[in-house]
Structure formats: C-alpha cells, structure tokens
Write a protein of this length. Structure first.
Length: 424
C-alpha cells in the first residue's frame, strides 16, 4: 500500500485538498467553494465546514488507511483570537483588513526594526494588539493554525511562515523582545515551529469524523503564497516562480534572507533556504482594462514572439509602483500606440516581461542568487506567445510547474513531516 500525505489549502474562495504519494505524484484532489456553507467567508465555522467537506470528498477516492499525515496552509496575515479551547472570541481580521487605531500603529512603527514584516495596518501584530483588548482571549492564531487545531486539538502553535507578519524573527527563530515593548501580551502569541514539523496526531474525534487512524500526524503548514511556490517543484537556490495573475508576483529560492522594506520584500524561511520576492502593480488586470480574455487569445495567435516592437512600455493601471521600482508616483507608459491591436498587445506583453526580468535582477542586486530557471503559474502561464517573449527577456529556461495548487505544496510539507516521523 503506497502511503499518502494530505495537503489542505483554505483560501478566500474555497478549500482544496490534495493527496500525494512519496514520489510527489498526486493521487487525488478536491475543491469545495466556501459559499456552499454561507455567505460570510470570514466565519471560521464556514472555513471548517468547507475544509471538512473537501477532505471527505478527497478521502472517498483513496484508501484512508494509506494516509499518514495532514498539513494546512492559509491566507497570510489572517488572524483569529481564541480562548484556551480554541473557540473564536471575535470575527477574524482577514489578510487585507486594516487596523485603524493610530496608537497601535504608532507603537509598532516605533518598536519594530525597519526590516520587520510586522509594519503596517494589515500586519498580524497590529491585529493581535487590537484583539488582545477583548475578554476571554488566550491565544492569537493564524487561519492555518486554527484549521490544523481542528485536527490535532492544539490551539497554541503556529509555523514560521504564518508568524512572520506577526513579528516573528525567522533568522533568530524566536519572538523578539521588542514585541513586548509595543504592549503585546507575549503569552498570547503561539509557539512557533518550522513548516513540516510534526505538531501532534489526530484527536479521536477527528479520526472518527474522517475515518482515519488516530496515528495520522498533523504537520505544521505554511502560508498560501509559500505553498504555491512549493507546489511548482522549485527546490534549488536560484529557482524562480512567477505568478501571472491579476498582478505580477515573482519569488526566488535563496541561500540567504533578503529584506528590502522599500520594495515590500521580506523572506520566508523554508528549512535552511529562504523564499524572497516582490509584487508589481502590473499584470493581468492591466491587460484586462484593454482586452477581453477572448481577444487576448485571438490576438496572441497573430503575434511573432521572436521579434520586438521597439516600444518601451511600463503597463500600469494607475500611477504608482512598488516593485521592482519603488515609486508611488510612477506613471503608466503605454504610448505611442501602434495601429495594430496585435502589436499593442504584444508591446504590453513585452513590457510586463521586462518588469519581470527587472524584478529578478533587483532581487539579485539585493543579495539573492542568480536566476537559473523560472516556473510559471496563473492564467498568463498558458499564453504561448507571452511565454516565448518572457523566455527571451529572462534568458533562462522556463520549466513546467509541477502543480499550480497550493494544497500540493502543503502536501509536500506533510510528506516531510511523515518522513521525519518515520511514518513512510
């Protein structure tokens, strides 16, 4: 019987589950929309119902006796205050929610080192400081922590990736002393372990609910972004991953941490390696302002990707860029406009590809290793003309991503935990 590890991804629209074999091949997968269980996507009860449904659907297609471990990823920066039994004490603040209390923001700005990811109104630390005022709060948990707790019964533990925006020092591997100076009650912060570490076993109730062995290990997960990177199969320093979605996001695996707050760059720890990257305001949402998806597909077929238009575009929807150029007033550059629509699209694709290349160059300037390969995810990865343009601009091999499902990356962590626990 081939052993299996399960990765679960809980996101803004649904829950996904992947069962993975030790050779990283996928045995089964499932997806369940949050809206099936209610309109409030920030309700933890809705999260759990979606996760439980996705897992039940997955298990129906595999041998349950083969399951050895489970890990969970969630949205980075989503925070939930709980009591000692893991019961939510307030509606969570999601990854994009902002804390508007000037006293809290001033305390973080005053005490946090410039390189800390805890700065800003959406940080986990700002949310923790806000929530600690509530009665009955015992711990602050991130979304993935709470879901994992439904399996293990532990509501006191997190992973290094989710804890980063709450102020955790991933280099020293501890909660730094300056956090207490902000007024944070340190006893409310979770214990932190490395992603892929075994944190417990299934509770009897969870084992009964899903028909699994109580010996199944619960493994520390990660953020959705880190899970998506791991899912591609990128494992060596210099491996890059570009997400061509509504925005352009690039990440590279590095042998050292990279921190550049000016560009919004912080490094997540992945074992002895580091994951660094940045997000541009360019990307698919700019293309969508000018072309429908059907028109992009039609025009792309008429593009010769081996020649250049000679137009130097910097496609932005509005003024302002964060990475690889940090300039809140940077204007869009989409002129002159050629008569041919195909040439106009081609120039925009060239412009976004040039931003991507500059992004990897910027990371190298900041200390990241030289780019050796790129894997692509997101809708734009399927555009053959754009892929050819990008390959010319990047000058490295564009490799196929193993998977574009974050749950597959989390399943790799579950495999790691099972292996280290001697369960494979």
């Amino acid at each position: 019987m081939m052993p299996l590890a399960i990765g679960i991804d809980i996101g803004t629209s649904g829950a996904r589950a992947v069962a993975m074999r030790p050779d990283f091949s996928i045995a089964a997968q499932s997806t369940v929309a949050l809206e099936r269980f209610g309109a409030n996507g920030r309700d933890p009860a809705v999260w759990w119902e979606a996760v439980a449904s996705a897992l039940a659907e997955l298990l129906a297609g595999i041998d349950r006796a083969a399951v050895r471990s489970i890990a969970v990823d969630g949205t980075s920066g989503t925070l939930l205050p709980v009591d000692s039994a893991g019961r939510p004490q307030a509606e969570p603040l999601m990854y994009h929610d902002k804390v508007s209390d000037d006293t809290i923001l001033a305390a973080v700005a005053r005490e946090a080192p410039e390189t800390s990811a805890a700065h800003g109104a959406t940080s986990g630390l700002a949310k923790a400081l806000w929530f600690q005022r509530l009665p009955g709060v015992a711990r602050m948990l991130h979304q993935a922590d709470w879901i994992a707790g439904q399996f293990s019964g532990r509501f006191d533990i997190s992973d290094e990736n989710n804890a980063l925006k709450t102020g955790y020092d991933v280099e020293a591997r501890r909660w730094p002393d300056w956090i207490a100076a902000t007024g944070m009650r340190m006893e409310q912060l979770p214990d932190v372990v490395a992603p892929g570490s075994v944190t417990g076993r299934l509770t009897p109730s969870a084992a009964d609910l899903f028909g699994l062995s109580p010996d199944v290990a619960v493994v520390a997960g990660t953020t959705d972004g880190c899970a998506s990177f791991l899912a591609t199969g990128a494992i060596e320093a210099g491996d890059g991953v570009t997400a061509l979605g509504s925005s352009l996001t690039i990440k590279i695996l590095s042998d050292r941490p990279i921190s550049a707050p000016r560009y919004g760059i912080y490094s997540h720890r992945l074992g002895d390696a580091w994951l660094a990257g940045g997000a541009s305001n360019s990307g698919g949402k700019v293309l969508a302002k000018h072309f429908s998806l059907a028109r992009i597909i039609e025009l792309s077929a008429a593009i010769d990707p081996m020649t250049d238009t000679g137009l130097d575009y910097y496609p932005l929807g509005t003024a302002g860029e964060r990475f690889p150029i940090a300039d809140p007033a940077l204007p869009p550059r989409l002129e002159p406009r050629p008569q041919s629509e195909a040439d106009y699209l081609k120039a925009m694709l060239e412009g976004i590809a040039a931003i991507e290349a500059l992004g990897y160059q910027r990371l190298a300037e900041l200390g990241a290793p030289k780019l050796t390969s790129v894997r692509s995810v997101g809708g734009g990865a399927a555009n053959a003309a754009w892929t050819a343009i990008r390959q010319r601009k990047l000058g490295v091999d564009l490799l196929a991503a193993f998977s574009d499902e974050a749950a597959a990356g989390t399943a790799r962590l579950a495999l790691m935990g099972a292996s280290e626990a001697g369960l494979l």
